[in-house]
Design a protein around this ligand. Sequence first.
Ligand code: HEC
Length: 197
Amino acid sequence: MAGGQSLKQGEKILFGIAIAFIGFAVLAYLALEAYRLRASGAVFEVTTHFDLSADGQRGSELFRTHRCTACHRAMRNGTNMGLSLDGLGSRRTQEWIYNFLRDPEAVYGAKTFDHGYPPKEAASVSLLPSEELRLISIFLSELKSDQGSPSAPAPPKGESAFVDNMLKNFAPESWKEKYSDVREKEVPQEKGNAPSE
Ligand code: HEC
């Protein structure tokens, strides 16, 4: 510093804490990268997939040119901050998606945040030409997920040690007669949702 002033005690502690945080973040990043580079397979299991038809392909182009990716993620493109649409086609039918894009609040049956009427941020979506919305809804309905994926309607098959342990240790005996294990059943589909495959 200009006047040769030394740091006060409190400043030293604050700087020390900040440097410790930064140091930890750098080390953690390096460790993760080293692990990722050495790992033979994918570090995270990929549980969503897509196989686009010609219409779906055109819809995916519209999805990008209309900047849906500013708020959404699909096919591993777009932002991580918003709602991910990967796997959407395993939860919603193409018809549901089309109707949502056209008239969001009516389909949600509740207030929406970004889709809807101006001045909402994504208000322009419902004003797109029908043909474009049709292609986009086909694209989104072709994004599928595996059972147990966070975006799938059905929970993981009954093979989670964690869930099994929680059930064993915490679920009262009486529950066993009262409830059945949803992991072993067909998951009931809500109205408008896609049937499970
Ligand atoms: C400004 C941010 C924003 C933009 C841009 C945007 N969305 Fe959304 N989207 C949202 C939010 C937030 C929701 C949740 C509903 C709501 O509150 O509006 C949503 C919900 C959806 C859903 C319903 C998902 C579900 O299962 O509930 C679909 C489908 C969708 N968006 C498609 C699109 C498409 C296609 C575009 C581009 C044409 C688009 N969105 C552009 C923010 C955005």
